[in-house]
Design a protein around this ligand. Structure first.
Ligand code: SF4
Length: 373
């Protein structure tokens, strides 16, 4: 049915239309000069600290991204030099990259007759400007990993702070981590862990999560329960030394933050850093150059002084524990990798690294001019 939908940008989130008209693209209206609650992200997801004035602009930029990427075919941006009153309005900074393309602007003018004193512009792809990128003082492992996968993806996610979609697999992993944390955390010396305690923690973790794919929830609930039951029956759910331990590590003047799922202390004095995985099992030889384990090893040695130390991934699907050796030369390579990433971010080098598989799962493929899809 042909129809015009009139809605706010917030209401348009997650929707798509053939043609989208974004009005009022003037400084003071979009972006607005007023600070509001608007579209917020949890602080935990915002790893880079922005000064307060930047926060509002980053929020407006996210809204502009949402508005300008709702269209399957065309976006029409409109603005006027005068609205009510006598104020002269200046074009929005979000139009800057669109207006830079003269060819598109001319095409737009042929298609549409702009109102007197107004402007009409059409864009198919939009790059949002970011002036004065904040300095980088701290990074998380997720940020380093994202930059290594694709610096352009890093820029969209952590510099422009554009929102990403929730994914069932990620939520499933988070629920299992929560259930393990709560059930292992409830073990007391005189109160050993029972299956009922694990199951209750698992049910509570599901109840807290707003799952993005309700149709998949029942089968994933059963699957996760079978993972936990197998780990419980194998005797792998014993009281740990540390659970969900945050760390902050200095690497070349940079703070690298993260969280270790679990640390065990064995009878022979050995410390074991354990990270739970919900994906397929990888062999120890494949994990020799795994950066995440390198980061854990650096944190365990330099922050917590855990010696002797082993590093393991615990694969919940198979209850398999894969232990990896990280000799000091490998750790040095990992440290250099982190330094290289930080240098790239500081120099604002965000080249795209397109790859068909990576791009097909990328949240920014509709926006990214280099997407290989
Ligand atoms: S679409 Fe591909 S090239 Fe573009 S940001 Fe995503 S992963 Fe990188």
């Amino acid at each position: 049915m042909n129809a015009v939908h009139l809605m706010t940008v917030h209401q348009a989130k997650g929707l798509e239309f053939g043609l989208v008209i974004v009005p009022h693209l003037v400084e003071g209206r979009f972006p607005s000069s007023r600070r509001s609650e608007g579209l917020t992200l949890p602080n935990d997801l915002l790893k880079e600290e922005l000064p307060p004035a930047e926060l509002h602009m980053a929020e407006e930029r996210r809204l502009a991204y949402v508005a300008l990427t709702r269209a399957r075919e065309e976006v029409v941006c409109t603005l006027a030099g005068r609205y009510e009153g006598v104020k002269d309005w200046r074009p929005s900074r979000f139009l800057q990259p669109i207006r830079g393309d003269e060819g598109r602007e001319l095409a737009a003018r042929q298609l549409l007759t702009p109102p007197v004193g107004g402007l009409v512009e059409v864009a198919r792809q939009v790059e949002l400007p970011l002036n004065d990128a904040p300095p980088i003082a701290a990074l998380s492992y997720t940020q380093v990993d994202t930059y290594l996968r694709c610096p352009q993806m890093y820029q969209y996610r952590f510099v422009f702070r554009l929102p990403t979609r929730p994914r069932p697999q990620m939520q499933f992993g988070r629920i299992l981590h929560e259930a393990l944390k709560d059930s292992l955390g409830s073990i007391e010396r005189d109160r050993p862990l029972t299956w009922e305690m694990v199951n209750a923690a698992y049910v509570a973790a599901w109840a807290r999560e707003r799952f993005c794919a309700p149709e998949q929830a029942p089968s994933l609930q059963d699957l996760g329960r079978s993972y936990l039951r197998r780990a419980f029956d194998a005797g792998d759910l014993s009281k740990p030394l540390l659970l969900e331990q945050p760390f902050s590590l200095r690497v070349d003047g940079l703070r690298l933050s993260g969280r270790i799922d679990r640390v065990d202390r064995h009878a022979d004095g050995m410390y074991e850093v354990i990270d739970y995985k919900t994906g397929s099992t990888r062999r120890a030889t494949e994990l020799q150059r795994d950066l995440q384990l390198g980061v854990y090893a650096l944190a365990a040695r330099e922050v917590f002084r855990f010696e002797p130390l082993t590093l393991s991934y615990y694969y919940l699907e198979t209850s398999e524990r894969v232990t990896v050796d990280k000799p000091s030369e490998r750790l040095e390579e990992d440290r250099q990798t982190i330094v290289r990433v930080a240098d790239g971010i500081r120099a604002e080098l965000f080249p795209a690294k397109p790859d068909r598989m990576k791009c097909s799962g990328c949240d920014f493929k509709l926006l990214c001019p280099s997407a290989a899809v």
